[in-house]
Design a protein around this ligand. Structure first.
Ligand code: CU
Length: 391
């Protein structure tokens, strides 16, 4: 009997050691945030650890340089969390962002050398990835450059008042910010998830095709499991759209024979270059370095217009997928996900084996016209901090 008890005791001790070991890496991440006492702006995760707003922002890899114009490699990990102020009395956090709309940037759109006269938020296509936490009070000031020739707006997906919706004619001053003027969009960030934002001034397809879009992340109050994170926005460029002009519209009506199709002379729009993060083939020519065994999270948004659907296919690995990021439980596991215009979701995957792995749209046309890249998985020892920035 004593012998059986001893064996039982050894087994229990082993299980405890194993349990502590499994917990170690998670707790290590949170340990620096677990000693906060009496902080009214604290954020409590699902294991009872508390982080301040600033510590949560640090976990989110928020940039310290809000005015930076990130290149495509920097864009992967460029998270703009705004200017933060907290109010202990009201227990609120306010984040202030500034987006400047300009029409004078000529940007590279392929590594072959193609360029495009873009309209931009803060000088880049896509615009900055803004990041906030559910419940934050958000103020996003859109400044339309005095040199602009067009009105612009910001239409954000997620929940907000109609007068903050950024649609001309329907949303008051938020729908049409004239050159040289500005407007501040205010809302409380909810619910947590991943969202696109874009200009909604007509013709919307042209303002979007020119580059006025980006994504923003509303993080859950309880942090997601810590992983290396990156942002990917799928887009395209119709390079000769200025020659085509005009909006989509119905065919002309033949009153004598309404069944007759009369072309309206308006454009047959199509994309010439497809990309992720703004420049075709950029991650083919500059593969993204991953480390075997580590977990990665991709915030994936599709802002490709003129094509009904886009996709993300990952070679050699499977990812868990969280549609729109509005749940912390995955909806499915796959190696491909399809998104229509403005759809988005979160992918989480573990780099399994060393090697060079394609990721790309599974539409061959998109792949051939720029939308493909590589993950370079190595078995090198883990680098603790932010190696994605050092590709
Ligand atoms: Cu616009």
């Amino acid at each position: 009997m004593d012998q059986k008890l001893k064996i039982f005791g050894v087994w229990m001790a082993s299980l405890l050691i194993l349990f502590n070991f499994l917990n170690y890496s998670y707790n290590e991440v949170y340990s620096q945030t677990s000693n906060i006492k009496n902080n009214k702006n604290g954020i409590r995760d699902n294991r009872g650890y508390t982080a301040t707003v600033l510590q949560y922002d640090k976990m989110k890899n928020c940039t310290n340089n809000l005015s930076e114009r990130p290149n495509e490699t920097q864009y992967l990990t460029y998270f703009n969390c705004g200017h933060v102020t907290t109010n202990d009395k009201t227990k609120t956090t306010t984040r202030q962002f500034t987006l400047i709309a300009e029409e004078n940037h000529t940007i590279p759109i392929s590594t072959i050398g193609h360029k495009f006269h873009a309209w931009t938020y803060n000088g880049t296509v896509p615009g900055p990835t803004m990041r906030m936490t559910q419940g934050d009070h958000i103020q996003i000031t859109l400044i339309n450059s005095k040199d602009s020739k067009h009105d612009h707006s910001i239409h954000m997906h997620s929940i907000h008042a109609g007068l903050m919706d950024g649609v001309p004619g329907a949303s008051g001053a938020s729908g049409m910010v004239k050159p040289g003027q500005n407007f501040t969009y205010s809302f409380i960030a909810q619910p947590y998830g991943l969202y696109p934002y874009h200009c909604h001034v007509d013709p919307v397809e042209d303002h979007v095709n020119r580059g006025l879009y980006g994504m923003f992340i509303i993080d859950p109050p309880q942090p997601r499991k810590p992983m290396h994170e990156m942002a990917m926005l799928m887009n395209g460029y119709d390079m000769n759209y200025t020659h085509e002009g005009g909006s989509f519209a119905l065919p002309k009506l033949d009153i004598r024979d309404p069944t007759n199709l009369v072309p309206n002379g308006l454009p047959d729009r199509h994309n010439d270059i497809y990309t992720v993060n703004g420049e075709g083939f950029v991650y083919r020519d500059h593969p993204i370095h991953l480390i075997q065994g580590q977990w990665y999270r991709i915030y994936l948004t599709n802002m490709l217009d003129f094509d009904l659907i886009n996709s993300f296919h990952l070679h050699g690995m499977m990812f868990n997928y969280f549609p729109a990021g509005t749940s912390t439980k995955p909806a499915f596991t796959n190696d491909i996900v399809t998104q229509t215009v403005a759809d988005r979701g979160i992918l989480e995957f573990q780099a399994g084996f060393p090697g060079l792995y394609m990721f790309h749209a599974h539409q061959s046309e998109f792949t051939g016209k720029g939308w493909m890249g590589y993950f370079n998985v190595t078995a090198a020892p883990p680098i603790k901090h932010n190696h994605l920035n050092k590709i």
